[in-house]
Design a protein. Structure first.
Length: 265
């Protein structure tokens, strides 16, 4: 590799949860493509359509077009990760399309605003299935497909700061993301002898269009920069974690929150 070679040249990455142009997944996919990787993006637009912010108005075709369009460096698969067979299909599609897989970014999530009085067994099970079980199964399928002779085996998971402050208004989400936090170290230990690193990112409050005006103001007052995080802030951290420069980092949950002062809210 020369100084002019992109840092992820020749690498193949999977990024889940790429269905909205304002989302973190979109920013991560764009960053990895710019760094030279070939990328399989996963989406499930019906999950966004159920939420107050809705699906991307341009649809998944608009999302893919803004990433440069499908072709030699970009592929796409829509899959409901509540289906236990879907993670293996996502990984298999990347290998079928690009011949290998080096990087896995588990970005997708199911939001769930349920208090203790409102929570149900069904919603707990669904949040667990999408946010936690699918992540483990994606890592399992990735590990089975990864060629250890290739450099740069990387897994990046996402948590949500549930370990730093209570999230009692969204219990299924917080509990399932807490499990992601806890599994990071054990998954990293399972894979480090193969040269594959596993880390997690807590991106803090990120403006992806989900918050109402009042919450945006309250949280903004607690952020020293005077703004929410941007998807590209998280994407740059992910790009570094999956690069050769981060080869010595594994088993870590990294809080990338811009100095978020929760107590100031």
């Amino acid at each position: 590799m020369t100084n002019d070679t992109p840092p992820l040249d020749g690498r193949v990455a999977i990024v889940t949860g790429v269905s909205r142009r304002r989302g973190i997944g979109f920013a991560v996919a764009r960053e990895l493509l710019a760094a030279g990787a070939r990328v399989l993006v996963h989406s499930w637009a019906p999950a966004d359509a159920e939420q107050p912010w809705g699906a991307d108005p341009a649809g998944i075709d608009g999302v893919l077009e803004e990433l440069g369009g499908t072709g030699p460096r970009l592929a796409h698969l829509a899959a409901d990760l509540a289906d236990p067979d879907a993670p293996a299909r996502v990984v298999a599609r990347a290998v079928e399309t690009f011949g290998a897989v080096d990087v896995l970014v588990v970005n997708h999530a199911r939001s769930s605003y349920r208090t203790l009085a409102e929570v149900t067994a069904e919603e707990l099970d669904l949040a667990w299935a999408v946010n936690t079980r699918a992540g483990v199964l994606l890592v399992q399928a990735f590990a089975a497909a990864h060629d250890d002779a290739r450099p740069g085996g990387r897994v990046v998971l996402f948590t949500s700061g549930q370990h730093l402050a209570p999230m009692s208004g969204e219990l299924p989400y917080a509990i399932s993301k807490g499990a992601v936090h806890q599994m990071t170290l054990s998954l990293s230990d399972a894979l480090i002898d193969r040269g594959i690193t596993v880390n997690a990112v807590n991106p803090g409050p990120v403006d992806t269009g989900w918050a109402d005006e009042e919450l945006t103001r309250r949280v903004g007052r607690a952020l020293p920069a005077g703004r929410w995080g941007r998807p590209e802030d998280a994407a740059r951290l992910v790009r570094w974690l999956v690069s050769d420069d981060a080869a010595w980092i594994t088993g870590q949950v990294i809080n990338s929150e811009g100095g978020f002062r929760r107590w100031a809210m």
